[in-house]
Ligand binder design. Structure first.
Ligand SMILES: Cc1ncc(COP(=O)(O)O)c(C=O)c1O
Length: 285
């Protein structure tokens, strides 16, 4: 039986209830995090908490929870749900008001929710065993605050569905200037001539924790050159390797974009080196 956390209690998922007046439900007014846990070991807990604090501050949502309180909740959820390979989902909405009014209410308590779901085992850097991704591309039609990990994900959901309907497993997005932003639920990396590049952080993309850790790991523990700079769609289509990153996938190689092969159409050597380094250092954060 799945055990969830809701506003101070741990209880079976089937018993968890929130008000239909919750602003998370009515407006998508909240933020969330997904933290991987492998056999009880958390990946990137500190950076995930920092991003959560940043999102709450930007939305002016106040809770009485500090990092230690969240750690207790996460560890209890992991332990109560079998301690296998789990994604821990944490969600804070502004809470339930008595009326539906756009302005932030002043005296409602935030709704804090957490649950776990199964994720695949930690990825290994094995070119023979990894299943590469086929993706499609689309113009990014989301809002201009994509740096906030908002629960209002309809723009992302519609782009993901666009790729899904075309037989792809993700959709890589570009802005009206032909610059890659990110994917529907991942950040994007390209490799050309042994140099790794990813678009710089701004309001057009989520500051992914896997992106942050991967850049830091490559800079600290390898000689692989890394650049944060504008990446155009034509560079994406001419890259030797393309990767998409997220907490549950780590670094996923992409071998097909819009039905055309990436580079030689095979998983690359730089991917294997990067995923190997990530695996060696995933618990350092
Ligand atoms: C839009 C978007 N970009 C990037 C990411 C990757 O972020 P992280 O590495 O923190 O999982 C996600 C993850 O959910 C996402 O939804």
């Amino acid at each position: 039986m799945t055990s969830v956390y809701l506003n101070g209690d741990f209880l079976p998922m089937s018993e968890a209830r929130i008000s239909p007046m919750d602003r998370g439900f009515l407006f998508g007014d909240g933020i969330y995090e997904v933290i991987p846990s492998y056999s009880g070991r958390l990946v990137g807990f500190g950076p995930h908490m920092q991003r959560m604090r940043d999102g709450l501050a930007e939305l002016e949502i106040r809770t009485n929870m500090d990092e230690a309180a969240w750690r207790d909740i996460v560890e209890t959820l992991v332990q109560q749900n079998g301690s296998g390979n789990l994604g821990v989902y944490l969600h804070v909405s502004r809470g339930a008001d008595s009326k539906r009014h756009h302005a932030y209410p002043t005296s409602v308590d935030a709704t804090c929710f957490g649950f776990t779901f199964e994720i695949p085992p930690p990825p290994v850097a094995d070119k023979q065993r990894v299943t590469p991704y086929r993706v499609s591309t689309a113009e990014d039609l989301r809002w201009k605050r994509c740096h906030i990990k908002s629960t209002a994900l309809l723009g992302n959901v519609m782009h993901y569905q666009q790729g899904h309907a075309a037989g792809a497993q993700e959709t890589i997005l570009y802005n009206s200037d032909g610059e890659v932003t990110e994917a529907a639920a991942c950040n994007v990396f390209v490799v050309r001539g042994g140099v790794v590049a990813t678009p710089p952080l701004d309001h057009q993309k989520l500051p992914g924790i896997t992106r942050l850790m991967l850049l830091d790991i490559l800079r600290r523990h390898s000689d692989i050159p890394v650049e944060e700079r504008v990446v155009t769609v034509s560079e994406l289509l001419q890259a030797d390797e393309v990767w998409i990153t997220s907490s549950s996938k780590e670094i996923a190689p992409v071998t097909m974009i819009d039905g055309k092969p990436v580079g030689a159409g095979e998983v690359g050597d730089v991917w294997a080196a990067a995923q190997g380094l990530f695996a060696a250092h995933r618990y350092d954060y």
